[in-house]
Design a protein. Structure first.
Length: 303
């Protein structure tokens, strides 16, 4: 990703939104029993690049109680099972404009209500969103709809505001009612992503980390770390990246691991641990990117 100083236009966000929507719909055919998780992720990332964009973050393939941040590691041999609830979260970036969208596939045919809960919660949020609506109100609508289906919203996973070159800009939209008074502003762009579960309703970190992003450039001792930092800044900017992506440019896995460890220790990068539902409940996710307008929203990732 080249460094970009100018703000991306609404038209650019619309274009990358259309790309995200097309890839979301086309990629559904990949989610089949026996398919390799690594193959799915890399195929979707390849589809994004074929559209002239770049992945805005590593494609997430989060299964069953794994709620988010699971992107396969290099050499991952896991496959989709016949009873799996599979969440695909993908993003596209082009000239600093970003789209973020997600869907859930229930391969068992037994968890349709869980999938529908997150889908309808997103629809309910879209119906009320416009300039002046508060973050707390949006979370309340999402929570109410998910509970109508007999499930719990995942309280500590949130949607987020997007800006040029930045996937997360510090304004989060939870799936529960809060007292957050922040009001949506016309022209802002948000990714809203309700998560529903039949578990405890919150997620916990696991020990597995495959996704990182730049936090604060700083002084590093190891030559390989400095080389990696320059590579991350020039290629990914502030957007998340996967360790498996780096292995294509850094042939030694040991040197790469050591560089990542130093960068984490010095807080040059931050990690995104794989997140598991605390009660091992199944989780569904649905997500759209949208532009806030005075009297509603324009869904940029609408098919």
């Amino acid at each position: 990703m080249e460094e970009k100083t100018a703000e991306a236009s609404i038209e650019e966000f619309e274009e990358v939104g259309k790309i995200g929507a097309r890839i979301r719909e086309e990629s559904r055919q990949l989610i089949n029993i026996g398919e390799g998780v690594l193959d799915i992720a890399e195929t979707i990332e390849g589809m994004i690049r074929e559209e002239g964009a770049e992945p805005a973050f590593p494609v997430n393939v989060s299964i069953n109680e794994i709620a988010a941040h699971y992107t396969p590691e290099f050499g991952d041999r896991s496959v989709i099972g016949e009873k799996d609830v599979v969440k695909i979260d993908l993003g596209a970036e082009m000239n600093g404009a970003i789209s973020d969208t997600a869907y859930t596939v229930d391969l068992s045919g037994e968890n349709g209500k869980l999938v529908e809960a997150s889908e309808k919660a997103l629809e309910s949020a879209i119906e009320i969103m416009k300039a002046g609506v508060t973050i707390g109100e949006i979370g309340g609508v999402i929570e109410e709809k998910i509970k109508e289906y007999g499930f719990k919203p995942v309280a500590n996973l949130t949607g987020h505001r997007i800006s040029t070159g930045m996937l997360h800009t510090g304004i989060d939209v939870p799936s529960i009612k809060t007292d957050d008074p922040y009001q949506l502003q016309a022209g802002e762009i948000y990714a809203i992503e309700p998560f529903a579960t039949n578990g405890k309703g919150f997620v916990s970190d696991t020990d597995q980390v495959e996704i990182f992003s730049l936090y604060m450039p700083g002084r590093l001792r190891l030559r390989e770390s400095r080389k990696l930092l320059n590579h991350v800044i020039s290629k990914y900017g502030m957007l998340p990246f996967a360790e498996r992506w780096l292995l294509k440019d850094f042939k030694s896995k040991l040197l790469l691991k050591n560089a990542l460890k130093e960068m984490l220790r010095m807080q040059v990068i931050k990690a995104y641990p794989v997140l598991r539902e605390a009660g091992s409940g199944l989780v569904s996710q649905t997500e759209h990117t949208m532009l806030i307008e005075e009297n509603g929203v324009r869904v940029l990732t609408k098919k």
